[in-house]
Design a protein around this ligand. Structure first.
Ligand code: ADP
Ligand code: ADP
Length: 230
């Protein structure tokens, strides 16, 4: 079952930049899918289609087999299912403390105070940041910020987590902490879609790999098909 699928989507930014052309992308439920490509290839643009932040200029985006609709109510449903962790955590973290940041999403879902607290605690524990509750996010390291951003998405209980270059700019230890968290979440059934411009370990653990260049998918398959024997 493809939980996310794009059919021939194209996207041009308002200034005329053609960022995507005829992109067909599929994410099977419960798997790790990797999207590889250099800076400017269109990775972020594609990801922003998965939760309806961007609407394709042509083509369709399907969630769970149904075409995404763009009215307010439908988008709320989409965003509850698909959580996006942005490349730059500073785009995502804006509350004065870690705990308030992670609580922001579930509070907006209108959950009870007890349920919000439970989700915040569980999510921070998941990412190993429970000791940092009262800290200001801007005082954290890059890897810690990333983990808090992941906790904020987890607290929304999405079925699919989309991460834009989650290991970029981190040292090897910070990067492996993030990857470990993602593999654990995937083992519990979460679909994980991850982009990278480094040929690191990410693609080797993926179920399927897509390579994007200049807005087009130029290669896809399982890691062995895409990279050969490694
Ligand atoms: P990647 O995530 O792979 O680095 P992006 O999706 O950010 O690539 O960018 C794809 C193309 O779209 C690039 O040519 C980039 O300059 C362009 N682009 C990205 N965001 C905008 C924007 N807001 N307005 C115009 N062009 C953009
Ligand atoms: P990424 O690799 O995550 O896409 P970028 O450095 O390409 O990061 O983009 C950083 C920000 O600048 C994003 O919000 C993107 O939408 C915007 N951006 C990128 N290229 C352009 C562009 N040509 N015109 C306007 N905004 C752009």
């Amino acid at each position: 079952m493809n939980i996310i699928e794009t059919k021939d989507i194209a996207y041009s930014y308002p200034d005329g930049t053609k960022a995507l052309e005829k992109v067909n992308f599929k994410a099977e439920e419960g798997k790790i899918i990797a999207l590889l490509g250099p800076n400017g290839a269109g990775k972020s643009t594609l990801f922003l289609h998965f939760n309806g932040i961007l609407r394709p200029t042509s083509g369709k985006v399907l969630l769970n087999g149904d075409e995404i609709k763009y009215d307010k109510k439908a988008l709320m449903h989409v965003r509850q299912n698909v959580g996006i962790v942005f490349q730059n955590p500073d785009d995502q973290l804006f509350a004065p403390t870690v705990v308030e940041d992670v609580a922001f999403g579930p509070m907006n879902l209108g959950l009870s105070k007890e349920e919000v607290e439970k989700r915040v605690d569980e999510s921070l524990k998941r990412v190993g940041m429970e000791e940092f509750k009262k800290k200001a996010p801007h005082h954290l390291s890059g890897g810690q910020k990333k983990r808090v951003a992941i906790a904020g998405i987890l607290a929304m209980n999405p079925r699919i987590m989309v991460l834009d270059e989650p290991t970029s700019g981190l040292d090897p230890k910070g990067a492996s902490q993030i990857l470990k968290i993602l593999y654990e979440l995937n083992k519990e059934g979460m679909t994980i879609i991850i982009s990278t411009h480094d040929v690191d370990l990410v693609p080797l653990y993926a179920y399927s790999v897509y390579i994007i260049s200049k807005g087009k998918i130029i290669k896809e398959g399982n890691p062995q098909e895409v990279f050969g024997d490694v």
